[in-house]
Design a protein around this ligand. Structure first.
Ligand SMILES: Cc1cc2nc3c(=O)[nH]c(=O)nc-3n(C[C@H](O)[C@H](O)[C@H](O)COP(=O)(O)OP(=O)(O)OC[C@H]3O[C@@H](n4cnc5c(N)ncnc54)[C@H](O)[C@@H]3O)c2cc1C
Length: 453
C-alpha cells in the first residue's frame, strides 16, 4: 500500500490533502517569508490517529512536520524550503485535536488537546474561575500544543513566567508512533526525567504533542492600565522599577517605538493616544490593584473602563500587523528578531543597535516593541529582500556581545538555525543533538527546524 492510501485509511480521504491549491495555507507561513514543499497534509482527529499516521510515515521513511495554528514568526510551522520529492514531509496538522477537558477547580488544572486554541483554553479557565497565565496576540489562532512546542512567552511572563512554568504534564507521540503519556498533573512528582519539560520548547523536533495538562492561576483582583510617553529605554526601566506599590504585582510592561504606534494609528483608525507627539517610546503598564506609582510630570493616560482598557491594548496588539504594513509600503518583507538581553545592559544594547541598523543599506525602516520587563525586544526590520540576512547577522552578533539570547520566545524555527551557535556553546549543541538522535534516530521530525538538515 502506498503512503497516501495508508494515511487515507487512518484519517479519511477528506483529511489527506495533496493538491497544492489546498495545501498552500499549510505550507506558507504567517510572515510570507517561509514556505516549503509538502508530500501531503494530514489532519488526524485524535491521539491514536496521530500515532498511526506517524508509525506509517516512519515505516515509509517519510519526514513529518507537526503544525498547530501556523502562527510561528520564525518559519517553524511550515516545511523548510524545497526538497527532493522523497524528502518532502507530511505536514501533521493538529487543529482537530481541539478538545478541552473539565477544569479541576480544586487544584487549578486544565487538560486540553494540542489543537485547542490558546484563546479557548483561556476562556475555559476563566469560566471555571481561574486564569491561564500565558497570553499572546495570536491567541485566536495559536494552538496550545504550538505554544508548548515553542515555550511561548508573551505579555504575562513578568507575572506568571513562560509556558514552561505552566506545564504539569504532556501526552505525545514519538517519531515511530510510540505514545508517551503523563497527564496526572501532580504538583509533586520526582519520578525520573521531566519529559514534559523536555518537549516544551522542542519545536516539533522530538515528538508530536497531542495533549497537555496546564497549571492555572488565581485571577488578579482587578488591575490598572496606563499608557505613557518616555524618552528612552533607561527611563522606561526607571518608571517600571517604581510603578508597583508595596504588595502589588506587575502584570504587563510593554514598550513600543513611536513609529510602530504611528502605523497602528493610521491603519486601525486610532487617535494618537498622548498629549505629546514626540516621545521616542510609549510604555504600556498594567499593575494589579487600583494604583500605579508614576513620576509627577508624566504624559500618561489611564484606562477608565473596560472599553478604554481594550482600546489602550490595541496600540500594542497590532504591532506585528503594523510591521507587515511598514514592509508593504517599501514593497519588501519584514525580518523579525526576538532577542533578550540582561536587564542592566538593555538600554546600552538598544543604544548600540539603533545606529548599526540605521547604517545598513538593506534596512529601509525599523522599529522595536516588546516585553521590556523581561529584557525581551521584538525588532521589525523592513528590507526589500527576504533572503539578505545582513541586518539579522549584525543584530544577533550584538546580542551575543551583550550576553543575551538570539531567541527570547519565538524559538529557532528555520529562521535562526545558523545563529544558534552565537549564544549556545558547542558542548550544549552536542548535548541537544544527542537528545534529538535518541528520540528521533532517523531525523524524521521537523527537519530544518533548530538544526540544519
Ligand atoms: C500576531 C502574533 C503575535 C505573537 N506574539 C507572540 C508572543 O508575544 N510571544 C510568543 O512567544 N510568540 C508569539 N507569537 C508567535 C507564535 O504565535 C507562537 O510561537 C505560538 O506558540 C505558535 O503556536 P502555533 O500553534 O501557531 O504553532 P505553529 O506555528 O504551527 O508551530 C510552531 C512550532 O511548533 C511546532 N508544533 C506545533 N504544534 C505542535 C505539536 N502539537 N507538537 C509538536 N510540535 C508542534 C511546529 O513544528 C513548529 O516548530 C506571535 C505570533 C503572531 C502571529
Amino acid at each position: 500500500m502506498d503512503l497516501v492510501t495508508e494515511l487515507t485509511a487512518i484519517v479519511g480521504a477528506e483529511h489527506v490533502l495533496t493538491d497544492p491549491a489546498t495545501t498552500a495555507s499549510y505550507t506558507h507561513d504567517w510572515t510570507s517569508r517561509f514556505s516549503g514543499d509538502a508530500f501531503a497534509v494530514v489532519r488526524p482527529g485524535d491521539a491514536s490517529e496521530v500515532a498511526a499516521v506517524m508509525a506509517a510515515c516512519e515505516r515509509a521513511g517519510r519526514p513529518m512536520h507537526p503544525q498547530g495554528g501556523n502562527t510561528s514568526l520564525v518559519g517553524g510551522g511550515v516545511p523548510a524550503g524545497s526538497t527532493a520529492a522523497d524528502r518532502a514531509p507530511v505536514v501533521i496538522s493538529m487543529t482537530r485535536l481541539d478538545w478541552i477537558g473539565e477544569v479541576d477547580t480544586r487544584g487549578g488544572l486544565l487538560t486540553a488537546g494540542a489543537g485547542a486554541t490558546l484563546a479557548a483554553v483561556q476562556r475555559a479557565a476563566r469560566d471555571a474561575g481561574w486564569m491561564y497565565g500565558v497570553d499572546i496576540a495570536a491567541r485566536e489562532s495559536a494552538t496550545i500544543g504550538g505554544t508548548v512546542a515553542t515555550n511561548a512567552g508573551g505579555i504575562r511572563v513578568c507575572a506568571f513566567g513562560m509556558t514552561r512554568h505552566q506545564i504539569a504534564g504532556v501526552e505525545a507521540v514519538l517519531a515511530d508512533g510510540t505514545v508517551i503519556s503523563h497527564l496526572a498533573g501532580l504538583p509533586k512528582d520526582n519520578t525520573g526525567y521531566d519529559l514534559a519539560g523536555l518537549l516544551t520548547g522542542s519545536e516539533g523536533t522530538l515528538a508530536v504533542i497531542t495533549a497537555v495538562a496546564l497549571r492555572l492561576h488565581r485571577p488578579p483582583g482587578g488591575s490598572t492600565l496606563v499608557l505613557l510617553g518616555v524618552d528612552d529605554i533607561a527611563t522606561a526601566q526607571d518608571v517600571i522599577a517604581t510603578a508597583v506599590p508595596a504588595g502589588g504585582r506587575l502584570l504587563a510592561a510593554e514598550v513600543m517605538d513611536r513609529l510602530g504606534v504611528q502605523i497602528v494609528c493610521e491603519f486601525a483608525g486610532l487617535p494618537w493616544p498622548l498629549r505629546g507627539r514626540d516621545w521616542s517610546q510609549l510604555l504600556l503598564l498594567e499593575v494589579e490593584g487600583d494604583e500605579v506609582v508614576l513620576p509627577s510630570d508624566v504624559d500618561a493616560v489611564v484606562a477608565s473602563d473596560a472599553t478604554d482598557y481594550a482600546r489602550l491594548w490595541r496600540y500594542r496588539e497590532h504591532q506585528s500587523e503594523a510591521a507587515a504594513i511598514m514592509a508593504a509600503r517599501i514593497g519588501g518583507v519584514v525580518h523579525k528578531l526576538d532577542v533578550s538581553v540582561p536587564l542592566p545592559r538593555l538600554a546600552a544594547f538598544v543604544g548600540a543597535m539603533r545606529p548599526v541598523l540605521a547604517g545598513l543599506p538593506s534596512v529601509q525602516e525599523f522599529y522595536l516593541f516588546g516585553h521590556i520587563a523581561d529584557g525581551n525586544l521584538h525588532l521589525e526590520i523592513a528590507e526589500p529582500d527576504a533572503i539578505d540576512d545582513s541586518a539579522t547577522a549584525a543584530v544577533l552578533g550584538l546580542v551575543a556581545e551583550f550576553g543575551g539570547s538570539i531567541s527570547a520566545e519565538h524559538g529557532i524555527g528555520q529562521a535562526k538555525v545558523r545563529y544558534l551557535g552565537l549564544t549556545r556553546s558547542e558542548a550544549e549543541l552536542a548535548a541537544m543533538r544527542s537528545i534529538k538522535t535518541a528520540l528521533d534516530p532517523a531525523g524524521l521530525l521537523a527537519p530544518g527546524v533548530i538544526f540544519s538538515r
